[in-house]
Structure formats: structure tokens, C-alpha cells
Design a protein around this ligand. Sequence first.
Ligand code: TLP
Length: 350
Amino acid sequence: MRIVDLRSDTVTLPTDEMLEAMRNAELGDDVYREDPTVNRLEKLAAKKMGKDAALLTTSGTQANLVSAMSQTTRGDEVILETEAHMYYYEVGAFSALGGLIPRFVKGHMGVMSPRDIEQVLRPPNIHFPPTSLICIENTHNRAGGTIWSPSNIKEVSDLAKTHGLRVHMDGARIFNAAIALGLDVREFTRHVDTLMFCLSKGLSAPIGSMVVGEQAFVDRARRYRKMLGGGMRQAGVIAAAGIIAIEKMVDRLRDDHVNAKTLAAGLSKIPGITVDVARVQTNIVVYDVAGLGVDGKSWVAELGKYGVKAGAQEYGRVRMVTHRGIEKEDIEYALTAVEKATKDILGKKR
Ligand code: TLP
């Protein structure tokens, strides 16, 4: 059976060029800072993002955690969007390991307004944990790959400065935002203090995320990465693929966005399925199957019978993500499968 895996862009496999580069990478012990390929990747990532320095981490989760730990003190409060990945999908690491307390602000399509953030800022008071960091997510995963524009970021950054707070961007998919708006990625990074981005999602590298910011921050992040067991030795094997990810895999994200829009438009025509097509700004499509009288989990199981894989969320929400390896024909196949699965479900109910 044909398999169309739309669960996530994390399922992308390395390109042949990446595998070749991994095989030929110049290596050394990166804990001693002697791996030339890692050093090259870190320099490249910092330059791309217009910051001083960068650090290769094992995953996006580790990157976010070391970023938060490196600019807070245990017991601090951190402002997060209600559905932030850092809160929702990172095993509570920033609280469990970082000792941080989340303070939530509901965003509009994942984007928090400075006004709403200001409302939750608390004056110094013996009763309150001090707030030190605002985290934003770009693109916002659970909102459906939605973009924080450079002006949205600047507004929040200005507010943060006024209150002496720092801003971290979970930019796991920041290149998707840049490609979608046709802007240099630095437009998105100039107003944040720190960010992380993933090499292992749409950019197709097998492993790794980068933490980026000023030198003193990256030095602290390096210590925390070691503390968390993320000090890797001949990590040039990973970095070699990462270099190709940054240099060669960014522009093709455009295709994923076109495919996501086609998918959303097709889904919107299928009775029982609700999707806000305007919300589809990058490579993530979140739609609703509650109209079919099923929950997300049973829907995903029905669709799976046709080889199409999707991710179930709450309240009948389903996520599909486009990525390298998903072609126009796969989208057509997926849409046909969705139609068939809908009929199967409605048939069973009769
Ligand atoms: N997201 C994964 C899952 O964890 C849900 C996915 O399939 O989308 N920030 C954001 C915004 C992410 O979407 C992810 C991964 C991460 C951080 C964590 O990256 P990894 O998986 O490398 O730890």
C-alpha cells in the first residue's frame, strides 16, 4: 500500500548529499571544541541568524531547555503562549529541570499581543516570582504553523525591553516563516535575544537543532547542554548534514507551503471537515473532523487504512504536515483517501 506520511516534517530522511557529507566529515572531539565540522556549522548558523554565536544541540527540546535555563534563575516566571510547544510537548522540562514557572498568555493564531502580555506582568512584590523571559514560537505549531511577523516580534521585544525582560524565540520552523513572507531570516531574529531552530524538520537533516544568541549566552548554554548529557564527541557527523540543511534546503520549503495550501483547499470541500484555509500560512494544516461525529484518534485510524498518516489532537482536531518527500500527487492521493474515509465513517453511522 502507498504510504503518505503527513504526521510531521520530522519524518524527513537525509538527502544523499547529506549522507555523503556525513561519511566524509572531518571530525574531532567537540567537547574539547575540536570538531572542525561542528565549529563550521556553529559559525554558519550564527552568521545566518545575524548573532554572535551558536551551539549544536541534540534536539529542539534540548535547545529550548538550555536557552531558557541560560537566561533565567530557578524560581523565575516565564511568559509563554497557552499552547506553546515548550509547555505542551517538552515533558515539562523547563519546570522539572529548569525550575521555571509558566505564565500563560492566549495568542491570536499563536501570536501574543503586547497588550495581553503587559496585563500579566507583575510588579516586584514579595509574593510573586520574578519574571525574566518571554518565549515566542515561530512558526507556531499548535496554532497551525502560523507566523509571527517581524513587526509582531518587534512590538513584544520593545515591551520586553521596557520591563527588563529577555525574549527567546522557539524558531523550530523559522525558515518556513522567512520563506512564506519572502524575507531574510534576520528580519525575524533581530528583535529577539536568543532563538533556536531545528535542522531536523523541513530542512531534512537527521539530527540536531541550533541555539543562537550573544557569546556569553551561548557559553552558558554550552555548560547546560553538557549538564544535560548533550556534550557530544565526534558530532561533526551530524553537523555535516546540518551545514547542507542550512545552505541548500531552505528554498524548497516553498514547495511544502504550496502543497499545504492545496491540501487545505481540498479538505475544505469535503463535507464534514472544517478547515480555516486562511490560517494555512506555512506547511501545517490543522482541521476539524468533529462534524463527522468522530474524535481525532478514530479519524486517524480510519484514514490510516488507506496508508495516509496524520496526527490526532483534542476536540476532533487533526494535524497534517507537508515536507520533502511529499509531492503534489501525494496530496491528491491523501485527499482521495480523506474522501473515502469520510464515506466509511458516515456509512458505519447509518
Ligand atoms: N515538534 C514535533 C512534536 O514534538 C510535536 C512535531 O512533530 O511538530 N519547537 C517546536 C515548535 C516544535 O514543533 C518541535 C517539535 C520542537 C520545538 C522540539 O523539537 P525536537 O522534536 O527536535 O525535540
